[in-house]
Design a protein around this ligand. Structure first.
Ligand code: ATP
Ligand code: MG
Length: 135
């Protein structure tokens, strides 16, 4: 388990860059954190670390899957309600690629995900402080 303490947005992006560089080429990352914790912010760091354009990173809106370059896929399961809806996404295609699949709200569908996943958790520690753990 690795931990990062950050005190501003840029430090969280930098942590994302570092984490991304340490990930296996192919992996599934559950991105956990409350509203405003910094999930979108750290995703910019993942994009930068994996050679993609971080300016494309936005909070997923109606599009549930975003591809940032060939090595990063960003999925948001927040609006999905049923297992059937989950299966219509076709995430298995991404799991079979050499890319990092970053999943927000993964805990809702943990029972449908492959067993081997990693977790990046962002905790709000008051003010601009965040604790980020990778496990
Ligand atoms: N240390 C920090 N790390 C990350 N963001 C920070 C930090 N300190 C302050 N912030 C601010 O907190 C906000 C984090 O927003 P962000 O959109 O990344 O969160 P989120 O987890 O994606 O939220 P949501 O659940 O609404 O999608 C930004 O406005 C950012 O500037
Ligand atoms: Mg967000």
């Amino acid at each position: 388990m690795r931990t990062f303490e950050t005190a501003n947005e840029d430090e969280t992006i930098a942590a994302g860059v570092e984490i991304a560089k340490s990930l296996p080429e192919r992996c599934i990352v559950r991105l956990e954190g409350n509203l405003g914790a910094g999930k979108t912010t750290i995703t910019k760091g993942f994009a930068r670390g994996l050679g993609a354009d971080e300016s494309e990173v936005a909070s997923p809106t109606f599009t549930l899957i975003h591809e940032y370059g060939p090595r990063l896929v960003h999925v948001d399961l927040y609006r999905l309600e049923s297992d059937r809806e989950f299966w219509t996404l076709g995430l298995e295609d991404y799991f079979d690629r050499n890319c990092v699949v970053l999943i927000e709200w993964a805990s809702k569908f943990r029972h449908l995900l492959p067993e081997e996943t990693m977790e990046v958790r962002i905790e709000h520690k008051g003010g601009n402080h965040r604790t980020i753990t990778v496990s």
